[in-house]
Design a protein around this ligand. Structure first.
Ligand SMILES: Nc1ncnc2c1ncn2[C@@H]1O[C@H](COP(=O)(O)OP(=O)(O)OP(=O)(O)O)[C@@H](O)[C@H]1O
Ligand SMILES: [Mg+2]
Length: 717
């Protein structure tokens, strides 16, 4: 029985006793003068006190006996008969003997000698309030009212009810009305704190006799004794282990967990450092976004966290962690997951997954970009899966090339910088380079004064850009003539021991001026926006290379001298290794190939000054000229496997994120560089791009059919 129960019990019984007394005597004098009342009253008090554990049994009897003896003195002279003296003798005996026992005894009763045990047990039987005061009460009532009186019967009834009806348990029931939360709280207590890690993570030893079962991600409430403010904290069970045959749990506290409960207190009168399990948790999405906690060896650029979540995450996933004193939201993108085994005591071990995520920075919603944050999150900071942000506005001259996987964070580039400062699109076959690049080209073409020239020997672009009516910069007729001239020059030069003669020089000048006119016309023509650089159907490789070289040389010359007549020019090099191969992939003797490369390298090095930009598309970096690639200020890389590419890109993107190149999924890429609005490499996802319907293939088929018909006709004739 606890204090309150005892008090309720006492009050309840006393009220009944006084009411009964008043009923039988019709006044309140009995409160002071009647022995039956005094003894009954003591019966109540002592019964309600008797189960106090700190009273030793002998001292209990002693006090009962002394009080009983004093109360007997209330009995008036005329009632002091032989029974009275027996009672008095008894109280005398009890007080002396139990007091002596208190002195004599110094061991547990069962270890005392037989005589002491016997005496003590007898004393307790006689000296307990039920026995002693019941006898007094009944004797007193009988003396006062007589056997057959109404008063005696009523008091007898009271005594019967009091002794038999077990008022203490009734009091307990009444008390439970008041104590509902108290009892519940005690049942909810599951363990005590014995350690704390970096302020927000608590180690708890569970009670072995706890009434509640404990699972991961259960919520708890507690008050921490060391905490100066003594605030009530809410936490979540993050981990459970068995150590030294005891069950331990780790409890994480965060302000977000407090928010689930709207900062309401669930239990009252917490025992400090005791953890209480919360039963009814309001609906919340906390566990859908909780990914884990930051762990050791995190750096400003890359955090490491223990994955501990009900949610699935994967590479590319954006995470949010509160950093710094102001608890700013910083964003990190997952690049790695590592399994680990942690050795605990006694050969116990626990398995962990450590995630690694690179910093993208804090999100500036106004400027629509990530901004690097210069500090590292604290150990045990909670890590959350990022939710979406409000829609953002894409400015003129900008292009959203995709978004961070599983979010709506846009990845935005500046179109002009992407064009003039050269862009490379890399990735193994089938990853979406060409589709992405053609989409980018279409976006470039939306700008005024932009000309695009595609060098595509695969023939793919011809079909895909059918709807844009691409034109030839140099008509096939003139191109054929130039080819013939180049052929002639080459022949003449080789006859002249590899030297130019006056005639060949003149011819070269002629070719140059023709090309100059043609390219200038293209630049000046407002209706001509896109051109596909086509080569005549000839087998002379060196001729083709020389022709292409001249074209670039003169194009760049026009850009330098005439500013391309006010245009920006985008040169698309599809399958770039065929046009700008790395030198060790070219035969050393192959002079024409080297000269072509040099002319493009010139554009790569200086093009941005004159608004001529390259869009380099390649499968591998290994066989593409590094002179050109290293000039690409923006790189978008889809999946890549080979070592050279990952080394090259690691230099560009940083090792952490470059490691992920082989794992990128279809339509996923890493982007970094000058054109990117956020100044940090990131993994993004290209949206599904629908290219306009192509009827080119059908047309081509149609033409072949027609030709066949014609041939058939001639044969028949
Ligand atoms: N963003 C996209 N949206 C929808 N489909 C796409 C997208 N990207 C690529 N595809 C599909 O994947 C196919 C291959 O893409 P794409 O031709 O761009 O690959 P690639 O990287 O250029 O390969 P290769 O190196 O062999 O030329 C396309 O034909 C198209 O069907
Ligand atoms: Mg392609």
């Amino acid at each position: 029985m606890n204090k309150r129960t005892r008090l309720i019990f006492l009050g309840l019984s006393l009220i009944v006793l006084i009411s009964v007394g008043y009923y039988v005597t019709n006044d309140f004098n009995f409160l002071l003068n009647d022995f039956w009342f005094t003894s009954g009253f003591l019966l109540l008090i002592l019964l309600s006190l008797i189960d106090q554990p700190h009273f030793s049994k002998d001292s209990n009897v002693f006090i009962n006996a002394v009080t009983a003896g004093i109360s007997l003195l209330l009995v008036p002279e005329e009632f002091r008969n032989w029974i009275f003296y027996i009672f008095l003798g008894l109280t005398f005996y009890l007080s002396i003997s139990s007091y002596s026992l208190m002195w004599v005894r110094n061991k547990e009763l069962s270890y005392e000698n037989k005589f002491v045990q016997f005496l003590s047990k007898i004393n307790r039987e006689i000296g307990k309030p039920q026995t002693m005061f019941s006898a007094f009460f009944l004797w007193g009532a009988l003396n006062k009212f007589g056997v057959n009186s109404n008063g005696f019967n009523t008091l007898l009834l009271y005594w019967v009810v009091f002794m038999i009806l077990n008022l203490p348990s009734l009091a307990k029931i009444i008390n439970s009305l008041f104590e509902k939360s108290e009892i519940k709280k005690q049942d909810s207590a599951i363990g005590t704190i014995f350690g704390v890690q970096s302020k927000n993570t608590f180690l708890v030893k569970l009670f072995s006799d706890r009434k509640e079962t404990i699972k991961l991600f259960d919520f708890v409430e507690f008050k921490y004794s060391i905490d100066e403010k003594k605030q009530i904290r809410k936490g979540m069970i993050l981990d459970t282990y068995l150590l030294n045959e005891q069950q331990w749990v780790k409890v994480l506290t965060t302000s977000e967990i407090n928010n689930i409960f709207e900062n309401k207190q669930i239990f009252d009168n917490h025992t400090e450092d005791t953890i209480y399990k919360i039963q009814n948790v309001p609906d919340n999405k906390y566990l859908d976004t909780f990914a884990g906690i930051v762990t050791e060896n995190s750096t400003i650029g890359k955090v490491r966290f223990i994955y501990n979540s009900k949610a699935t995450i994967q590479e590319g996933q954006l995470l949010e962690i509160k950093v710094g004193i102001e608890k700013k939201s910083a964003f990190y993108q997952i690049v790695e997951g590592i399994t680990k085994i942690q050795q605990l005591e006694n050969k116990n071990e626990s398995a962990l997954i450590i995630g690694e995520a690179i910093q993208l920075g804090t999100w500036n919603q106004e400027k629509v970009r990530f901004e690097q944050f210069g500090w590292v999150p604290e150990i045990n900071s909670p890590v959350y899966i990022t939710s979406n942000i409000p829609e953002v506005k894409i400015l003129d001259g900008e292009l959203k090339i995709g978004q961070i996987p599983n979010t709506n964070f846009p990845v935005i580039i500046n179109k002009e910088l992407a064009l003039t400062h050269h862009t490379a699109v890399l990735g193994v076959t089938g990853t979406g380079k060409s589709v992405f690049s053609r989409n980018l080209i279409r976006e470039h073409l939306k700008e005024e004064k932009v000309k695009v020239i595609c060098i595509d020997f695969t023939g793919e672009y011809k079909n895909k850009f059918n709807d844009l009516n691409p034109i030839d910069v140099i008509s096939s007729e003139i191109a054929n003539k130039i080819f013939k001239d180049i052929d002639e020059i080459e022949m003449a030069v080789s006859k002249n021991y590899g030297k130019d003669s006056d005639a060949t020089i003149l011819k070269r000048k002629e070719i140059a001026s023709i090309m100059h006119v043609e390219i200038s016309n293209f630049m000046k023509n407002p209706d001509a926006k896109i051109s596909l650089f086509e080569l005549p159907d000839v087998n002379n490789t060196s001729g083709i290379l020389e022709y292409t070289r001249l074209f670039f040389k003169i194009l760049f010359h026009i850009a330098k001298t005439k500013k391309s007549f006010g245009n920006k020019v985008c040169l698309v090099l599809e399958e770039a290794h065929t046009i700008i191969p790395e030198w060790n992939f070219v035969g050393i003797a192959d002079k024409s190939s080297q000269s072509l490369l040099n002319s493009i390298a010139q554009i790569a090095l200086q093009g941005r000054k004159y608004d001529v930009g390259l869009l380099v598309i390649a499968q591998r970096t290994a066989n593409v000229s590094k002179t050109v690639l290293t000039q690409c200020n923006t790189i978008i890389s889809f999946q890549e496997f080979d070592k050279t590419s990952s080394e090259f890109l690691a230099n560009y993107f940083g090792q952490g994120i470059a490691n992920i190149l082989p794992n990128l999924k279809f339509r996923q890429a890493i982007v970094a560089g000058k054109a990117l609005k956020s100044n940090v490499p990131m993994i993004f996802e290209v949206p599904i791009i629908e290219e306009p319907e192509v009827d080119g293939i059908l047309e081509a088929e149609e033409q072949i059919k027609e030709k066949m018909e014609e041939k058939k006709d001639t044969f028949e004739e």
